[in-house]
Design a binder for this molecule. Structure first.
Ligand code: CP3
Length: 344
């Protein structure tokens, strides 16, 4: 049988069904790897690591060296965009991110695109370095947070469970909140465009908190901005594949996947495999959706779930991944076990 040329990840994104699906893992670089913790302690703060092209390139490559994933994802963070827009962003040990909250139209005047690219320029240099250093079969993924998810951090001033500040703004002053979303759309398009120019071959949009919105809000603050981002990126870079990850979207995965113009959709852990094969994979490639905690548990539970997902998505284009990021307490050995199975 003829072998189609090209990287496996890019073939799957074009809709090809591969006998062994390509794989990578969200948050594949990070604290579960001892060699990451080593570099992280050399860098000082987390933002220092993100803004050191040499070290950020090194930690991007670490999981590829160990496990040979089909794709590497730029080591950075979705909160680089608010930082680039002039918001104060800090990562406090054990606390997660802390931002100076922007909660209304008058706070919004503190954010602007002036100087954005100068502030985030080291990220573009990291992308070029990774592009240069990767094995020829490995695909480089660039990324950004989606406007809604980034807006939750901007307005809450950090992580949130109830999203009271961001929703009060969105529901109480949709026009004013729309200006924040518009600014994020513009920044995201420009930021991702620069990543493509520096060597990113695929882009992923992380809408990690999409599931916090009821349908009208989901359509207005997740689907609509994504339509605009995808259209603008494709106008500049017609061939760039874009993966969307509207985590927690439930049945709204269908309009998200079919109306935004994305090339593939990343499924969270709760999405039914049989449902997704029918409702989504029949229309576009799917990525996912192993529970990351199975990489902590390991053993038969892990093996069984891997088989279930592989067989459930074997009828079409599939990129094997987790339903969310690798968690810190993951033993590197279970990732090895998974990688061996996916290569077998
Ligand atoms: O390997 C990769 O996937 C690439 C790197 C990456 C990071 N963050 C590194 C990181 C990516 C793609 C992200 C995206 C990101 N960041 C998201 C979307 C995906 C998701 O998980 O839902 C979100 C919501 C963030 C915001 C963020 N960054 C939080 C809430 C935290 C603190 C939580 C934590 O795990 O500590 C971060 C910090 C962060 N981003 C770390 C890493 C490796 C840990 C920082 C450290 O080393 O101390």
């Amino acid at each position: 049988m003829a072998i189609t040329p090209g990287k496996r990840m890019l073939r799957a994104l074009k809709g090809e069904r591969l006998d062994k699906p390509p794989f990578w893992l969200m948050r594949q670089a990070g604290r579960y790897l001892p060699e990451y913790r080593e570099i992280r302690s050399q860098a000082g703060g987390f933002l220092d690591l993100c803004f050191s092209p040499k070290l950020a390139c090194e930690v991007t490559l670490q999981p590829i060296r160990r496990y040979g994933m089909d794709a590497a994802i730029l080591f950075s963070d979705i909160l680089i965009v608010p930082y680039g827009l002039g918001q104060g962003v800090a990562f406090k040990e054990g606390e997660g991110p802390v931002l100076d909250p922007v909660r209304n139209a008058s706070d919004l005047s503190r954010l602007s695109l002036d100087g954005f690219h100068e502030r985030v320029a080291p990220v573009y240099e990291t992308v070029s370095r990774i592009a240069e250093a990767l094995p020829k079969e490995t695909t480089l993924i660039g990324f950004a947070g989606s406007p809604w998810t980034v807006a939750t951090y901007i307005a809450e001033g950090g992580g949130s469970k109830e999203f009271v500040a961001v929703k009060r703004w969105a529901y109480g002053d949709p026009e004013g909140f729309g200006q924040l979303i518009d600014l994020l759309v513009e920044a995201t398009v420009s930021y991702l465009s620069h990543q493509v120019e520096a060597g990113a071959e695929v882009l992923q949009l992380f809408d990690s908190w999409a599931g916090a919105l009821p349908e009208p809000g989901f359509r207005r603050w997740c689907i609509e901005p994504t339509i605009r981002i995808v259209a603008a990126l494709k106008a500049r870079h017609p061939d760039i594949p874009i993966i969307g990850f509207p985590r927690g979207a439930g049945t709204l995965y269908v309009p998200y996947a079919t109306e935004t113009g994305i090339d593939a959709v990343s499924l969270d852990t709760t999405v039914s495999v049989a449902w997704a094969a029918e409702a989504l994979q029949s229309k576009l490639p799917v990525q996912g959706n192993l529970d990351p905690i199975l990489l902590v548990a390991g053993g038969d539970a892990l093996d069984r779930e891997v088989e279930r997902i592989l067989s459930g998505f074997s009828g079409g284009a599939h990129i094997f991944n987790l339903g969310h990021g690798v968690t810190q307490t993951t033993p590197p050995e279970t990732v090895e076990r998974l990688a061996r199975r996916l290569r077998a």
